[in-house]
Design a protein around this ligand. Structure first.
Ligand code: PGA
Length: 256
């Protein structure tokens, strides 16, 4: 079964609690009754509580964290574990975002540990994969994104029901204003979906949402959301503005 479209916003290192409350004063989706897109926001840790308090009840907005450490507790100054995030109300966690990989040096081994920790704590991982411009130019798209996918799939193997989301985010399109074309997105998503079929079977592969991320804006969201194998979007910059994020969410309505 095709998953419900997911509209996710990654606020990165922005949005203090006061700004989050202001965001939700204007972000009031007036969706018609019936199936709606799934809405998901990732505030920084310090604004998680404000987001949980200020979000509207209807339609439901789920709130996740942007990172976790893989140990459950202990002497790890500055880190937040999956159980801490879950107990604070987060339902989802971004793992392997390109900024974690490229700015903070996270490797596939870190990603697999974090996916395992998230699942154990009952958080839904949203695992990001994507190639750099150099890798794309060297014709390494397939090798890179499937390598990143294969690296964390073992973390799911024991758990045949574990829900997770995938996000394809070409590094060259993040925060650059450069968007992949719907054809580029479909091509990469198709590769990821086929690999999920091989490894997890058809039913699970079809039920796993694959989101596109990288300079998604109100004016390109509809065409990206309609592209084959694209089940939603992960939005950075444009999710900071309630009107833009709402316009992107509305673009998913015809697909619900
Ligand atoms: P962007 O970021 O929409 O600002 O390009 C996307 C992301 O990093 O998730």
């Amino acid at each position: 079964m095709k998953p419900r479209p997911v509209i996710a916003g990654n606020w990165k290192m922005n949005m203090n609690p006061q700004e989050v409350r202001e965001f939700f004063r204007s972000f009031r989706p007036d969706f018609p009754p019936g199936p709606n897109p799934e809405l998901l926001l990732f505030p920084p840790f310090v604004s998680l509580a404000a987001a949980l308090e200020a979000r509207p009840w209807e339609p439901q907005v789920e709130v996740g964290v942007q990172n976790i450490f893989w140990e459950d507790s202990g002497a790890f100054t500055g880190e937040v574990s999956a159980p801490l995030a879950r107990a604070s109300g987060a339902t989802h966690v971004l793992i392997g975002h390109s900024e974690r990989r490229h700015v903070f040096g996270e490797e596939n081994e870190d990603v697999v540990r974090k996916v395992g920790a998230a699942l154990k704590a009952g958080l839904v991982p949203v695992v990001c994969v994507g190639e750099t411009l150099a890798e794309r130019r060297a014709d390494r798209l397939r090798e890179v994104i499937l390598g990143q996918l294969d690296a964390f799939l073992p973390a799911l193997s024991g758990d045949t029901d574990a829900a997770f989301l995938l996000a394809y985010e070409p590094v060259w399109a993040i925060g650059t204003g450069e968007t992949a074309t719907p054809e580029d997105a479909s091509q990469a998503h198709g590769m990821l979906r086929s690999r999920l079929r091989e490894k997890l079977g058809d039913a699970r592969a079809d039920a796993t949402p694959i989101l596109y991320g990288g300079s998604v804006k109100p004016d390109n969201a509809a065409e990206l959301l309609r592209a084959p194998d694209v089940n939603g979007v992960l939005v950075g910059g444009a999710s900071l503005d309630p009107a833009s994020f709402l316009a992107i969410a509305r673009a998913a309505l015809p697909l619900t």
